[in-house]
Design a protein around this ligand. Structure first.
Ligand code: F6P
Length: 532
């Protein structure tokens, strides 16, 4: 059974939220603090190493009550049950959505088409563990008998963004193996990476769920040709492995069947880092750290499944985003992490969130008449403060923000960390307070404040906490998609461009520029013939 279809605008709670919005919308956030001295604590959730403070938002107790009613009305609990138990909630592709199974504990029983998938997941975990151990320890040898010194992940979208973000975020835990990511079909970039590598000491992981993605196959072919300039066909199995659900295509491509790490069609690409697509993670930080990442995600899964809505971090964050997106009409959402290690976290969330919830058709097949999706972007703090924060403080647009920071630095430099974190706390305060009730004579120096933020303060950037953080956002995305009554786990919106690119490539190769609109024609003409 798939998810129910409920137009959120037709629920009783939505109407009540509209009336509540009218009452609350003009209240300055700081006024909530003036009228309730314990607000900071009241609107916070402490969970394991996480403290979520969501008090600096334009909400009150009634907002949370009404959202709880909305979630009951649309049966969030029942939908979570369907999500975790393997019901086909990705109805448009007729698939379950089971990235949570990839991190479930080995004793769980999760059935797909009547078969418990936990045994194949366990086998795959063992395969990743053994392979990682062999490569990292140096037992695994390349075609000339060398140890592997570099791993190159060739994949795009979910086959790159998650793994590369985790490898980069956990750089502190990294071993001696260099990890590279080739995603874009930009030949200059591929060439630059290749020039850093020695074929006899490099392992290539081709990651593609479908094994049909043009960018990935083109990059893989280029790398293979380069490899074969120094080696022979028989050396390929030692240096090329694949992560895919399309076993036939991988074998056709010439990869040894023993070198295939499986993906399954019940895991979406953008949620796949927890399984074989995370091979580059395990090779980069070791299997033990990889399994702690899974453990952290699993703990957040349990929190999401079992906590009351008012104590449930992903649920609260989803409701707050919905509040701004659909009632205040703030359509952007910024992610500001106060750690350079997390510099690609917002880039990862862009795909996870925008590919999931950028939809215009509801679960009954009708076009929606309300806003869905959020425009996600971000940068690390304090760099962002010296870049676009001007607009966030004094611009005409309001962008709700998540601030993510850590109580402890990883390398013990407290002087730096205190400066970094003083900025972290100062910014959310400044964004909320502005120059509220302070007389400012020069309008250029006036700050309205009243700019909403969530603060996620985490003990330290460990594999486990990172796993929980990613899982938190995955469940926020699920909850938002559920309320918006859309299907969050397909991505048909990427297909049209792919098809047109194929047609245009054959035009370019044959020197034809006609048959398009006049803009595309003249651009193609310029590209093909230049000044000739
Ligand atoms: O084009 C979008 C997309 O399908 C993503 O959803 C996916 O993560 C990416 O392409 C890569 O797909 P594949 O792993 O099949 O190469």
């Amino acid at each position: 059974m798939s998810l129910d279809s409920n137009n959120p605008l037709k629920t009783k709670s939505w109407l009540k939220l509209i009336n509540h919005f009218k009452k609350i919308k003009d209240i300055h956030i700081l006024e909530h603090f003036i009228s309730d001295k314990s607000r900071g604590k009241k609107f916070s959730i402490k969970w394991k190493d996480f403290l979520l403070d969501f008090s600096k938002n334009n909400i009150d107790g009634e907002t949370i009550n009404l959202f709880q009613k909305l979630l009951n009305e649309i049966n969030l609990k029942g939908s979570i049950e369907k999500y975790f138990s393997g019901e086909k909630i990705n109805l448009t592709e007729s698939r379950p959505v089971l990235h949570t199974a990839l991190r479930a504990d080995g004793m769980s029983k999760i059935l797909v088409e009547g078969k418990n998938i936990m045994s194949e997941i366990a086998e795959t975990r063992d395969k990743i563990k053994l392979f990682s151990h062999e490569v990292i320890s140096g037992n695994y040898k390349g075609f000339k008998g060398d140890k592997i010194e570099a791993v190159v992940n060739i994949g795009i979208g979910g086959s790159e963004l998650g793994p590369s973000m985790v490898v980069e975020s956990l750089y502190h835990y990294k071993n001696h193996i260099k990890t590279y990511f080739i995603s874009n079909v930009d030949g200059d970039h591929v060439q630059d990476i290749i020039s850093d590598l020695l074929p006899e000491k490099t392992l290539f992981i081709i990651v593609s769920k479908t094994f049909t993605t043009t960018e990935t196959l083109t990059n893989a072919n280029t790398v293979r040709e380069w490899f074969l300039k120094s080696a022979e066909e028989k050396d390929i199995p030692k240096h090329f492995v694949a992560v895919s659900s399309n076993v036939d295509e991988v074998i056709n491509y010439g990869i040894d069947p023993d070198n295939i790490f499986p993906m399954w069609n019940w895991v979406g690409g953008r949620f796949s880092l927890w399984g074989s697509a995370g091979l580059s993670i395990s090779l980069s930080i070791g299997y033990q750290n990889f399994s702690e990442l899974l453990e952290g995600a699993r703990e957040m899964d349990i929190h999401f499944k079992t906590s009351e809505y008012s104590e449930n971090i992903p649920v609260i964050l989803a409701c707050i985003s919905l509040w701004y997106n659909n009632f205040f009409n703030y359509h952007n959402h910024g992610i500001i992490a106060y750690s350079e290690y997390l510099k690609n976290f917002s880039k990862y969330l862009q795909q996870a969130s925008m590919e999931s919830n950028g939809k215009q058709t509801d679960r009954s097949g009708n076009f929606v008449n309300y806003e869905t999706g959020q425009i996600i972007w971000g940068q690390t703090g304090s760099n962002a403060q010296h870049s676009f924060f001007q607009l966030l403080h004094q611009g005409t647009k309001i962008v709700p923000l998540d601030f993510i920071g850590f109580s402890k630095p990883l390398k013990g430099n407290n002087t730096h960390h205190n400066i970094l974190m003083s900025n972290f706390f100062a910014q959310t305060k400044a964004l909320m307070t502005g120059t509220f009730k302070i007389k400012v004579n020069d309008n250029h120096k006036f700050f309205n404040g009243n700019r909403p933020t969530n603060t996620i303060l985490i003990e330290k950037l460990s594999p486990k906490n990172l796993g929980s953080l990613i899982s938190l956002y995955e469940h926020k995305i699920f909850t938002l998609g559920l309320i918006w009554n859309i299907f969050s786990f397909d991505q048909f919106g990427v297909e049209l461009g792919k098809k047109l690119a194929k047609d245009i490539l054959s035009d370019i190769n044959s020197g034809n520029y006609s048959g398009h609109d006049s803009s595309t024609e003249s651009l193609l003409k310029e590209y093909i013939f230049g000044n000739k």
